[in-house]
Design a protein around this ligand. Structure first.
Ligand code: ADP
Length: 394
């Protein structure tokens, strides 16, 4: 029987999964990936092999019994039936927040689960849903070790003022400080950068992770030194439905004058704002780029403007810039957004190659460009699988 690692990324309405076979020299070979989407509506499951061929599909009608737990037990059963020669030896989970306690992956036990649960208010859109599958797997497959891998961990290299808010020290000591997110994605990109650009790998790079969630990270010699996200995943750039950085005075105004309570404010900041809020049309960049209404144009303009503002700040923090890397759904697939970001950085020596940009790279800057620009697809799942394998093997 072959040995394998499963990776789970639990969301509010979806469970994404990947399975890897552990090969020689602990090489991880993707053998299956897929997702169950539409949980709470009409859930549907799809699984594909490493080569993209569909291995399984299923749909359920919405029913209170067809919940996360039911669907996870379906997934475990489906895996043992369809990948019968693969024995899952450990499960790795993506967890958005590790807080002050966890700066590297950790084996899941009751105490870890409790600590991670207490961080749910800092990432209400993700944390509870990242943790839910752990409890279910503990019950359904108690002998399989589980490992939590954190989006905050890669940023534990931040030092000095990048770590703090200008708040009284007691609050900082209690953990009200900047952490940074999307770390698994940045760690993957940092690990691959040398294959593309050795100067950037040893030098100053800004990585733009632009998906539904969006953030940027400044890398110095492959280490994270700054992130646009801080205490929570609502900070920094405007996103699909999240505001990004907000003037705290607005929140006071909403509470005092509009009498909004914490739940309403949470909804506003996480679910009703960003591209969706400004456009009033969609949180999906593809939809907005195809829509010529002034509202859609304004939403896209705001997104690009805020990226440019942060990029200038990061170039300053890095004391110069060798490369920019675009990744995630928008970063990898939207030449229009990359063009609009890069064209304003000619003054810094970034010269876009329009043809290469339209083809999604990988190199999208001209050969003579002082600052190079790249499109590198991210792979958070393989990072989780590697960490999980490393941890269970000590
Ligand atoms: P998540 O944060 O949910 O993992 P993704 O990384 O999948 O998000 O990114 C989703 C975003 O990528 C959506 O806004 C989607 O519209 C955008 N996207 C995907 N493909 C394209 C494309 N071809 N052009 C523009 N935007 C795209």
């Amino acid at each position: 029987m072959k040995k394998g690692i499963a990776v789970i990324n639990g969301g509010s309405s979806s469970i994404k999964f990947s399975l890897y076979e552990i090969g020689e020299n602990r090489h991880l070979e993707p053998c299956c990936h897929g997702q169950i989407e539409g949980i709470g509506v009409d859930p549907n499951f799809i699984a594909k092999a490493g080569d993209g061929k569909v291995m399984g599909k299923k749909r359920w009608k919405n029913h209170p019994d067809v919940n996360h737990r039911f669907l996870l037990s379906f997934l475990i059963e489906w895996t043992s039936e369809n990948l019968e020669d693969l024995q899952v030896t450990a499960v790795g989970h993506r967890v958005v927040h590790g807080g002050a306690h966890y700066s590297e992956p950790v084996r899941v036990d009751e105490r870890v689960l409790e600590r991670l649960g207490s961080l749910a208010p800092l990432a209400p859109l993700h944390q509870p849903h990242n943790l839910a599958p752990m409890g279910a797997i503990t019950d359904l497959a108690p002998d399989v070790p589980q490992v939590a891998c954190f989006d905050t961990a890669f940023h534990s290299t931040h030092t000095g003022p990048e770590r703090y808010f200008p708040l009284p020290r007691e609050l900082t000591a209690q953990g009200v400080r900047r952490y940074g997110f999307h770390g698994l994605s940045y760690e993957y990109i940092a690990g691959r950068l040398a294959e593309y650009d050795t100067k950037a790998a040893a030098g100053r790079t800004v990585v733009l992770h632009l998906g539904n969630g969006a953030s940027m990270c400044a890398l110095k010699a492959g280490k994270s030194i700054a992130s646009t996200m801080g205490f929570s995943a609502a900070d920094g750039l405007p996103m699909g439905t999240r505001t990004g950085a907000m003037d705290p005075g607005v929140l006071l105004y909403l509470m005092q004058e509009k009498k909004m309570g914490p739940r309403e404010i949470e909804n506003l900041l996480y679910r009703e704002s960003g591209l969706l809020g400004v456009s009033g049309i969609s949180s999906d960049m593809r939809v907005l780029l195809e829509n010529s209404s002034p509202e859609a144009l304004e939403a896209v303009e705001l997104f690009v403007y805020r990226i440019r503002k942060e990029l200038g700040g990061f170039a300053s923090v890095l004391e110069g810039l060798d490369a920019v890397v675009f990744t995630a759904g928008i970063g990898e697939n939207a030449p229009e957004i990359r063009r609009r970001v890069c064209e304003k950085y000619l003054w810094l020596g970034l010269e876009l190659d329009d043809k290469a940009n339209l083809k999604n790279g990988p190199r999208i800057s001209t050969p003579g460009s002082k600052v190079s620009a790249w499109v590198i697809p991210t792979d958070e799942e393989i990072m989780i699988a590697r960490h999980t394998l490393d941890l269970i093997n000590g």
